[in-house]
Design a protein around this ligand. Structure first.
Ligand SMILES: [Ca+2]
Length: 297
């Protein structure tokens, strides 16, 4: 509606210009000595008004933060709420969320944090690795801060590590097979960098085929930190599980360049101290609205 108004105004403006221009010409040519100071004052007033309007416009985003529109990073995939089967118990996620299409690259990490902890350097499109769970978390927090400042995140939205259930749901991508591409490892080379084809190193993200939901390297390349502390799964139907309140180890998933394809199965999980950084574990980011009320209970 706003653009229509502007277009109508623009269309009206040229048709009125000749008449107004003629009147102005007559006035100036007839009494220019008196009009010049007045025109100068009007010009000044117009400039002041314009400056004031620009200032008001610039102050609006912070004053009207509730109207900030969500602009996820361009490499995020929207994952719709749903249910998947974990061994024999269903897990239900009641919220939509975004998940990175790729593992976080060294280039992205350097741009935001200013350093590179990775072992396999030489190509900044390789996934960042050898970083602790705390460093992965810090990246998500810094990304949230940057995107909030850019006006891309409405209040309550934040970048974070995916929960283990969110990661697993997205890895399966609606399939019930051992891998998102089937049950046998014969096709794995098209989808995953693992010990069989990695030549002992990570590879630039996104070179293999994506899973059915458009996510790359969910099987292989680097294992990926999840947000959850590790514990055996509860033997029951779970809704929005976040893992235990605390434990010794954090979960990472998906297999990597360093191990056989069997370790890259959708349901496989591994764990490590959050203070350890190792050259086969990286991460990808999730994005969603944080339900503060739930956290306080
Ligand atoms: Ca991976």
């Amino acid at each position: 509606m706003v653009s229509n108004t502007v277009i109508d105004k623009d269309r009206a403006y040229p048709s009125g210009l000749p008449a107004r221009g003629l009147q102005l010409y007559r006035l100036i040519s007839g009494s220019w000595r008196f009009l010049i100071p007045i025109l100068a004052l009007l010009f000044q007033a117009g400039c002041d008004k314009g400056t004031s309007n620009r200032s008001n416009t610039q102050s609006e985003p912070s004053g009207a933060s509730a109207q900030v529109a969500l602009v996820p990073l361009s490499n995020m995939v929207l994952i719709k709420a749903g249910t998947f089967l974990r061994i024999k118990y269903p897990v239900t996620l009641t919220h939509d969320y975004w998940l990175g299409k790729f593992e976080v690259t060294q280039g992205e990490y350097i741009a935001l944090i200013g350093k590179n902890p990775s072992h396999f350097t030489g190509d900044t499109n390789r996934p960042v690795e050898k970083l602790t769970w705390f460093e992965a978390l810090a990246y998500c927090q810094e990304l949230t801060r940057r995107e909030q400042q850019a006006g891309h995140l409405p209040p309550g939205y934040q970048y974070r590590l995916p929960s283990e259930a969110e990661w697993e749901f997205a890895c399966q991508a609606g399939t019930t097979n051992l891998f998102s591409f089937g049950d046998t490892a014969t096709e794995a080379g098209q989808y995953a960098w693992t010990m069989e084809n990695s030549e002992g190193a990570t590879h630039p993200v996104g070179q293999k085929r994506p899973n059915p939901w458009g996510l790359y390297d969910m099987h292989g390349n680097v294992w990926e930190w999840c947000n959850d502390w590790f514990a055996p799964y509860p033997a029951t139907h779970l809704t929005n599980p976040l893992g235990p309140a605390t434990s010794k180890f954090k979960v990472f998933r998906g297999g990597g360049w360093n191990q056989a394809i069997e370790f890259a199965r959708s349901r496989n999980r591994f764990m490590m101290s959050p203070s350890n950084g190792i050259h086969f574990v990286g991460f990808r980011v999730a994005l969603s609205q944080v339900v503060e009320g739930k956290k306080k209970k």
